[in-house]
Write a protein that binds this ligand. Structure first.
Ligand code: UD2
Ligand code: MN
Length: 615
């Protein structure tokens, strides 16, 4: 997807493991003395008086000062930092280590100032301060981390301090979820640091507490054991006193003006839970990719209980006159949001039976809507996040925590619809612990039903029980033994749909024909645009506007007519395709699906749809 749409740029990073400082206006310091500074000159390099103002050395408030304007430094204004193709063996090792530990390019992050600047993403609509209440509530910001890279964690905190009105921040509560990497006790100076990072690296010799000692707003809480992000967030919440709680992941960067639009929604209605637009910080170059308000997505989920992004539905667009206005979202991604502290407590915060990672975002989303609140994405508020392709830390051995969390979620909140999730996990719920407290909470709060939520808040979600036909799709030609057969995972999209002897085991031969003419499984739909018959992300709009969304990234919008619209002609047993007017068939060499001019006499064009309900 187009997240990384920009052409790669060669950044100004020297190819050796000892980069030269490019900041020459500063007094010469040795590395040990430099700890309070954001910028230093490498000891071996002579300082020159290049015309820029000097930074005073003794001033520990330097830490609180806004970022010096170092436009030429790596990554400033959110620009990408691209490492040279040729690297010394030491540098390559350092880069690889960074990837292994973090699942993003820590080496590049270490080259970038922890105070780096970002461009201002807001449009004029958002900048009009008259839109926001002048009596905004304060928020505490809770950031949980487990073995987070230092430069990334510090940049997260500084982005909050540097780009929020001080009077709106109560405390920044850093919850260390039992990080066990050596660097959290002590660390030696990384050899690959840019001069900006050397100062930071010197700090690594000390504890996080020392680093933030002069920051009265920052409080550090250390968990006594590994709790996972959900209970770590709950631990942080115990220290929160401000009327609003804001959660951020430990690898974020808040952009200019991110906070006011969030707090404003809560000031107007304390049951509104709000999320910023999550911009993508590239995992390789740390480039900050903005998404403008026309590209805002909302959250959904599928019956595997996995979160997914979707374009803002038409029904929602109609409620607004500007794309900058907050939009309703069925679910949240989970990591970045603000909530009224009392409302969070009333909702029973998180289910503390959730372990390590996952599912908590859907729990909070479902109960927000079902128990009287509203969940919104606020296009004026931008926070970047490093999306990773894998999880870098250990979860638990011997337990599938994501499944356990999801089963608890389904048991408590999804009523009879939980069966669709259970079908996906082979109806094996495993040991999910006791949920009676959570059921009582739902009862006490008199929350609405899951059906109400689906009908009113997420009508776009396909309900497996609504299918016109479900099961195998069997061809009647060649002895009637061949079925449509394809995996529907994200990786299999855009590939030609396969054929296989029918096996009656469901799996890759389980299809549903929806009332709107899709042949689908999960979010994959049978699609024909003139070449092969493929699986493609279902767009739910027959023709017209099509949006295809990547997991936790962005949606692309384009136009294709009726490519996913099929009609089953029960009489002739043909599967007729919407935009082409052709019929689905197996070719004459029996090895491929093809689209042909419809001819009711041709057996290769005839199909049996299992459990077809003609009413
Ligand atoms: C998404 C959410 C994340 C969380 C997660 C699970 C966004 C951008 N991210 O995945 O916030 O809701 O889904 O549903 O919405 N952490 C701990 N202890 C642990 C594991 C993680 O403190 O045992 C921290 C971690 O350092 C990070 C945060 O929890 O700050 C979220 O973890 P993640 O970044 O691995 O999750 P992510 O972004 O893939
Ligand atoms: Mn994250």
């Amino acid at each position: 997807l187009a997240v990384n749409g920009n052409a790669p740029q060669e950044a100004d990073v020297p190819p050796t493991s000892k980069p030269r400082s490019r900041v020459k206006a500063l007094p010469r310091l040795n590395a040990e003395e430099s700890v309070h500074h954001n910028v230093v000159v490498q000891p071996e390099e002579k300082a020159s008086s290049g015309g820029k103002p000097e930074v005073k050395e003794d001033d520990k408030n330097v830490l609180d000062a806004p970022a010096p304007n170092l436009e030429e430094s790596p990554g400033e204004l959110g620009k990408p930092v691209v490492l040279p193709k040729q690297m010394s063996p030491e540098m390559k090792k350092a880069v690889d280590d960074g990837w292994t530990k973090n699942a993003f390019n820590q080496y590049v992050s270490d080259l970038i100032s922890v105070h780096r600047t970002l461009p201002d993403p807001r449009d004029a609509w958002c900048k009009d301060s008259a839109r926001y209440s002048n009596d905004l509530p304060k928020t505490d910001v809770i950031i949980c981390f487990h073995n987070e890279a230092w430069s990334v964690l510090l940049r997260t905190v500084h982005s909050v301090l540097d780009r929020s009105p001080s009077e709106l921040i109560g405390k920044i509560i850093l919850v260390d979820d039992y990080s066990d990497m050596r660097k959290y006790q002590s660390s030696s100076l990384p050899t690959h640091c840019h001069s900006i990072c050397l100062a930071l690296a010197a700090h690594l010799k000390k504890q996080l507490e020392d680093y933030f000692a002069s920051y009265s707003k920052v409080e550090i809480v250390r968990g006594p054991q590994r709790e996972g992000l959900i209970r770590a967030r709950l631990l942080g919440a115990k220290y929160a006193k401000s009327p609003v709680i804001t959660y951020l992941d430990s690898h974020c960067e808040c952009a200019e003006g991110w906070l006011e639009p969030l707090l404003d929604r809560i000031a107007r209605n304390s049951t509104t839970v709000v999320c910023p637009v999550i911009d993508v910080i590239d995992d390789t170059t740390l480039e900050f990719h903005y998404r403008d308000s026309s590209g805002v997505n909302v959250g959904g989920f599928d019956w595997n209980l996995q979160f997914s992004w979707h374009a803002v539905p038409e029904r929602e667009k109609k409620r607004h006159s500007s794309t900058s206005e907050p939009v309703y979202s069925p679910t949240m991604a989970g990591g970045l949001f603000s909530i009224d502290r009392k409302f969070f407590e009333r909702l029973g915060t998180y289910d503390s039976g959730f372990d390590i990672w996952g599912g908590e975002n859907l729990e909070l989303s479902f109960k927000t809507w079902m128990c009287g609140g509203t969940l919104e994405i606020v296009p004026c508020s931008h926070v970047g996040h490093i999306f990773r392709k894998r999880s870098p830390y250990k979860w638990r051995t011997g337990v599938n925590v994501l499944k356990k969390n999801s089963v608890r979620l389904a048991e408590v909140w999804m009523d009879d619809y939980s069966k669709y999730y259970y079908q996906r996990i082979g109806n094996d719920k495993g040991d999910f612990g006791d949920v009676s407290d959570r059921l009582k909470l739902r009862e006490d709060l008199q929350c609405k039903s899951f059906k109400w939520y689906l009908d009113n808040i997420y009508p776009e979600l396909f309900i497996p029980g609504d299918a016109v036909a479900n099961g195998e799709i069997r061809n009647l030609g060649y002895g009637g033994r061949t079925c449509l057969d394809s995996p529907s995972g994200r990786r299999n999209l855009k590939k030609a749909v396969g054929l296989y002897p029918c096996h009656k085991q469901g799996g890759n031969q389980y299809w549903m024909l929806s009332k709107t003419g899709e042949i689908r499984r999960d979010t994959a739909c049978l699609d024909y645009a003139g070449k092969d018959v493929i699986l493609f992300g279902c767009h739910g709009s027959k023709g017209n506007q099509v949006s295809v969304c990547g997991l936790l990234t962005v949606c692309l919008i384009y136009f294709v007519p009726f490519v996913q619209f099929w009609t089953y002609r029960e009489g002739t047993k043909q599967l007729h395709h919407g935009s082409s007017g052709k019929c689905l068939a197996i070719n004459q060499s029996k090895d491929k699906l093809v689209m042909e001019e419809c001819d009711s006499g041709v057996l290769r064009q005839q199909w049996l749809m299992e459990n077809y309900d003609s009413s």
